[in-house]
Design a protein around this ligand. Sequence first.
Ligand code: GLN
Length: 274
Amino acid sequence: MLIVKRSLWGIVLLTFMAVLGACGGGGSESTGSESDSTENESSSEEGLKDVYTVASDTSFVPFEFKEDGEYVGFDIDLINAIADEVGFDIKLETTNFDGIIPGLQTGSFDMAIAGITITEDRKKTVDFSDPYYDAGLRIGVAVDNNDINGIEDLEGKTVATRLGSTSADYIKENIEGAEASQFEQLDQAYMAVENGSADAILYDAPNVAYYIQTKGKDSLKLVGDLYQAEQYGIAFAKGQDELVTKVNEALAALKENGKYDEIYEKWFGERPES
Ligand code: GLN
């Protein structure tokens, strides 16, 4: 059943990726696809550790979430494939999204994968890998809501979102008179729309679309377009340049050898041509 739902989601994704079109195809194709070039051989691995502490979100479907007591999702598969490629082990730690960047800054985590949008502001405190996923923001409303059909209809409304997210900033900066109702967990944000305490949710497009294909299929629907194109990157505590380089090389290699596509298709259906 889950497979059917996932391929349905692929159709939705295809549609919005087509809209997204011009925003670049992941952007890492140009970085060292020849992993055995002399340049790479000369950079020694002496600075790399055997085990890295990787932070992820407690729940952000379908990138990381708990299923049968285990963390699964696109990000989890991708970081494991990267770790195999570079040759390190992972100690996974999950935390609320708004705790991830502070945790990288204080050194509690070495790196993090959690659908983290690359922003200029965040680059001041953490480093990012090359982008690994094109996303953006979308609106979800109750199935019987016919008043909200796009971003302009959110003016003066209560919009559910998550604490510390790019959507929370977007609501504050771009939607006149809207109140951003910010929750620590996404379950709470979706529930606020379902029980009527918020008029809509504005959140990451792949997350809203996946939720609406699965748990929220009878309660919520997608409206409007894709707002604010975003790209996800793996975030690192600053000062680990060699690790960042290796991770970027691994990401390029996985895109080259089909492994990235395999993981993509597992969670989203067929990958749109870029
Ligand atoms: N992409 C969003 C951000 O970086 C949120 C991702 C998430 O909730 N895990 O702000």
